[in-house]
Write a new protein. Sequence first.
Length: 276
Amino acid sequence: MELFLRKLFNKLKEYIVLAVLLLISLILLPQNKNTEVKKIKSYAFATFAILTNVSSSIGDIFKSSDELEEQRKINAELMLKLNRVREYALENKELKKLLGYKEEVKSRLIPTTVVAKNFSNIQGNYIINAGISDSVYKSMPVITNDGLVGIVTDTEENFSLVRTLHNTSFRISGTIQRSNINGIIFWDGQNLVMHNIPTTADIDKGDRVVTSVLSSILPPSIPVGLVVKKESNISGILSNVIIRPFVDVLTVKNIFVLQEVKSKQIDSLELNLLKD
């Protein structure tokens, strides 16, 4: 890259010198009232504007993918922090705990890319280009800066299998953040559903749904989606809550693995819920 930039500079150095001279001329020209000089000034301004635009475009071309990846990572970290802020606001936690979480989230995100997708009405899986060599392990959550995508269910040296929210075999503990109502969330083939919630439960359209503290696999407060409606069953005693996920798992490409695995003994039991 350094050699390429040096060659590029050598090719453009005449234009750079010209731009500098034009800039000096532009500084001096306003002091001259001659008509011909004014015409020259107009042409000079136009030429300088074109050169400035070209140099700006060249600069944009050389923005590295690393910068874009870092920005996505920052966005994901901010998403996690923001939702923890919401939790502490609702629970009235002490500020020092929030600051402690700020340090905890730092550098726990492993950037990765979806290299293959396998989707049907009941099965939604990814293959990502990060594996054991990247410190990615089974049961780690997968997120974007918008919220939860799924969970790692199998790993190889350089690749991993991710089971997404659009998978009937994937069930998670979720919480209605405003009213702290817990339930099991799963994909029914058409919608993301929180199943068998009492019809009288305090749940409104637009309520945020996050991962629950009751789950040993997923850390709490990862955004899942928004409540769109409640559907009562035949008895009218229980309802299913329909959730619109924050992440469109069908189109997402750049994701993060959250480097967090909780109790292995409990995980081995809870991961049985994820098996086909």
